[in-house]
Design a protein around this ligand. Sequence first.
Ligand SMILES: [Fe+2]
Length: 371
Amino acid sequence: MTGPSDTVTELLANLERGESLPARWYTDPSIAERELARIFRKSWIYVGPLAHLANLGDYITGYAGGVPVVVVRGEAGLAGFVNVCRHRRHEVMQGRGNARMMMCGYHAWTYDLGGQLRRAPRSEGAADFRLEDFPLLPIRAEALGPLVFANLDQEALPVQHFFGPVLDIIAQAGIVLDELEPHSRAEGNSPANWKAMLENYLECYHCAVAHPGFSAAIDVRPDQYKYEARDWFSTQTGPVKRSALAGQGKAPPYDVTGAVGESQYHFLWPNLTISINPGFPNLSAELWIPDGPAVTKGFSDRFFGRGASEEFIRTMIAFNEQVAAEDDRLTDSVQRGLMGGLPDRGRFLPNAEPLVLDFQRKIIRAMVGKN
Ligand SMILES: [Fe+2]
């Protein structure tokens, strides 16, 4: 970092006083570059549902730290690769599906499920060319419950080490993880920095003001709505509103009765959130991918327990989309505020927004600390 006030000690001390990161951290392309290198290329990044990798040859694709990645179910289990052909660097696999071999759609260079190059048309007579010298580059790929992650850092500790306890907390909500089935993926772009969007996710200080439908379903009062920060993830829990269960007061926007009696909003470093709402078992895994400093590409993988009714699925998706639209309006506005650089620092309230403080602490340590 440059600038006299950007030492890690000073940034952290400012933070403990409730003074947020400088505006530039949300607008400067060099900061976004540094985040890719120091955060996204060294962390476990969600790729897709494990259920899509049930059979030999199943594959899913995604991005980790700006790098196209593919995870396949091979003979030896899950395997991850940089999804880029060793020839002209075209992406090898697209979307998701099942394949016996991974064939690049540009010149038909063909890799087996272990990533070895098996065929390169017209390469037979080429001097100094050996198929075995050009395998797909391997990366780490591991499952955590129903979710599959990839990591470009070969030295990383297992994903379980970072996020394992999240599965226990989710089970405590009344969700049987083995019975969750992937339903659909929704994708979208937002004109806001990924950190601004996650900082909004990480507090419910704004819920009563900005989310009337949400606040009719979930008890967002400070003595009921809880925050907990752990080393690599954080959790918000809010009980279902008793009045909503009893059919009193403002009607909640979907049927909140069911096995799940509370909402849980988990954040898994650096850019995955897992949202669970009260009612019939449901979970959505949301990935927030920076695309430069001022755009976030996101997607949400929706899961439901076995036997969810069409009506519940439809109304739950509508509920989540309503909250997301309300949040987007907030974070779009925050980004416009940040772009001008004035005021340079925000002042937040650590008691009301403890997970925002925790998140910024993690960001500072990753960005300014030793490699
Ligand atoms: Fe919100």
